[in-house]
Design a protein. Structure first.
Length: 196
């Protein structure tokens, strides 16, 4: 009988929207169902733990394998794993999409969580391509820290003020550097929206 193909699932949204909690929940349910899971995180993300995935509110973590890039992640996937979880997928290189497709064709269920937009409000690669090939995409929302409406953006703060457009794209941080904002309250000084 031919091997059954797996699926790719993406959990995306702003910071503080519950992406990691949802990823951990899906992996926990898979284990309850008797499936073997593996969880990966990018080596660059050492905010709360170097070898575990931890939510921003400190919810109990799950052990994770660090990966330098997408090919390193692929090399560390064990043959007996049924479900492969990827946290902070936006920090991986664009090859993550091909790795996820390859794993799904090998019968793995791949669940990836990450920011769909960077602090500037632009698509955060490789997430757009990963969302396009996914069988399921869950868009999570937080609550805007200012107006208390549904938030879909991540506001970076430097000394309590919105980060300018020319700030570095990658800055590892938590509540000390970021807030959830709605599109109305999100601000990026220096960003120019040109007419198409």
């Amino acid at each position: 009988m031919p091997r059954r193909k797996g699926d790719i699932e993406v959990i995306c949204g702003s910071m503080f929207s519950g992406k990691t909690e949802e990823l951990l929940r899906r992996l926990r349910l898979a284990r309850v169902a008797g499936q073997r899971t593996q969880l990966f995180k990018p080596v660059i993300d050492d905010r709360y733990s170097s070898d575990s995935v931890v939510t921003h509110d400190g919810t109990p973590s799950q052990g994770a394998t660090n990966a330098d890039d997408a090919l390193d992640l692929l090399a560390k996937v064990e043959p007996g794993s049924n479900v492969v979880g990827v946290d902070e997928a936006h920090f991986f290189d664009d090859r993550l999409v091909d790795v996820c497709i390859y794993l799904a064709h090998r019968g793995k269920r791949v669940v990836a969580a990450g920011l769909d937009q960077d602090y500037r409000g632009n698509p955060f690669h490789p997430m757009p391509r990963l969302m396009a090939v996914a069988a399921d995409v869950a868009k999570m929302h937080a609550i805007c820290i200012l107006c208390k409406r549904r938030a879909s953006r991540t506001q970076r703060l430097i000394n309590g003020q919105p980060a300018r457009i020319d700030s570095p794209l990658i800055l590892i941080g938590g509540k000390e550097s970021y807030e959830a904002r709605c599109s109305n309250c999100h601000s990026v000084p220096g960003k120019i929206i040109r007419r198409p």
